[in-house]
Design a protein around this ligand. Structure first.
Ligand code: C2E
Ligand code: MG
Ligand code: MG
Ligand code: MG
Length: 276
């Protein structure tokens, strides 16, 4: 047997099976179990109205804490989940958990859920959303779906899906705007309520060229009736600058880091009693 398996055994140590590849395979196996073991949780980050300071929405962000490896970034495991098809189960889980948490908050803020390109392409997103809303009792207008521009393959199926979701009363946000390869024409073609300007622009906003680009995006989004949110706001100066160029909302470490559901619920309660 050892001889018969010899080739395969040696293959496992060949140069192309490098450390990164092995690590990826290991992570894939672990990810298959992560959901069942309850290792995946949601963190929530506030999105704030720049004028009033009120929290208008919170974004649900996936957190995977592996018992041995510790926290693993979604930037690593979401792409892996997409490649392996695990994103379907993960996406359902996130949608359900986010709607359930949001339904339990006393303040009627919206919850924003990230939808991956693959969930989007599978064709059952509409049914998943309907199911999650009915299971959790969350009103449709309290759910916002964040879709990156790279997920938007142009075509009638995509447009139908987006219009169908909007007919439910769900809001649509275009995420990470400016980082994909799509064009400004996407803004008028697809029925988005909100545009989230990627944090990479906010980082460079003191540069005149970046300022000009962001102003152009904001101008266009405004004309099309969209809310504009600046992502990745970390400093007071950035907050002032994104407000000056016309962004209505901001999100970032300056305004609140992602945290567990009970922490955001507490902040929402505090904001409400302050306003009352
Ligand atoms: P995103 O949707 O653009 O989410 C914003 C990311 O920026 C989050 O990273 C958040 O923690 C981070 N962030 C927020 N404020 C700041 C800031 O002031 N400075 C900096 N440097 N970063 C900030 P996170 O949680 O690591 O998520 C990374 C990406 O993974 C997300 O980007 C999203 O595309 C994806 N992701 C996260 N959760 C899910 C999920 O449940 N489903 C899907 N499909 N994708 C998810
Ligand atoms: Mg997002
Ligand atoms: Mg984003
Ligand atoms: Mg981003």
């Amino acid at each position: 047997r050892a001889k018969a398996d010899g080739r395969n055994t040696w293959r496992a140590f060949s140069p192309e099976m490098d450390a990164a590849h092995l690590e990826r395979q290991m992570l894939e196996i672990e990810l298959r179990h992560a959901l069942a073991r309850g290792e995946i949780a949601l963190a929530y980050q506030p999105i704030v109205d720049i004028e009033t300071g009120a929290v208008t929405a919170v974004e649900a962000l996936c957190r995977w804490t592996h018992p041995r490896l510790g926290p693993i970034s979604p930037a690593r495991f979401i792409p892996l989940a997409e490649e392996t098809g695990l994103i379907a189960a993960l996406g359902e889980y996130v949608l359900d958990a986010a709607c359930r948490d949001a339904a339990s908050w006393e303040t009627p803020v919206r919850v924003a859920v990230n939808v991956s390109a693959m969930q989007f392409a599978r064709g059952d997103l509409h049914a998943s959303v309907v199911a999650a809303l009915s299971r959790t009792g969350l009103p449709a207008d309290r759910l916002e779906l964040e879709i990156t521009e790279s997920a938007l393959m142009d075509g009638p199926a995509v447009l139908d899906l987006l219009h169908g979701l909007r007919r439910l009363g769900v809001r649509l946000a275009m995420d990470d705007f400016g980082t994909g390869y799509s064009s400004l024409s996407y803004l008028e073609r697809f029925p988005f309520d909100k545009l989230k300007i990627d944090g990479s622009f906010v980082k460079k906003i003191t540069r005149p060229e970046t300022d000009a680009i962001v102003r152009a995006i904001v101008g266009l989004g405004d004309r099309l009736g969209m809310t504009i949110t600046a992502e990745g706001v970390e400093t007071e100066e950035q907050l002032r600058l994104v407000r000056d160029v016309g962004c209505g909302e901001a999100q970032g470490f300056l305004l609140g880091r992602p945290g567990p559901a009970d922490v955001i619920a507490q902040r929402l309660r505090r904001d409400r009693s302050k306003a009352a």
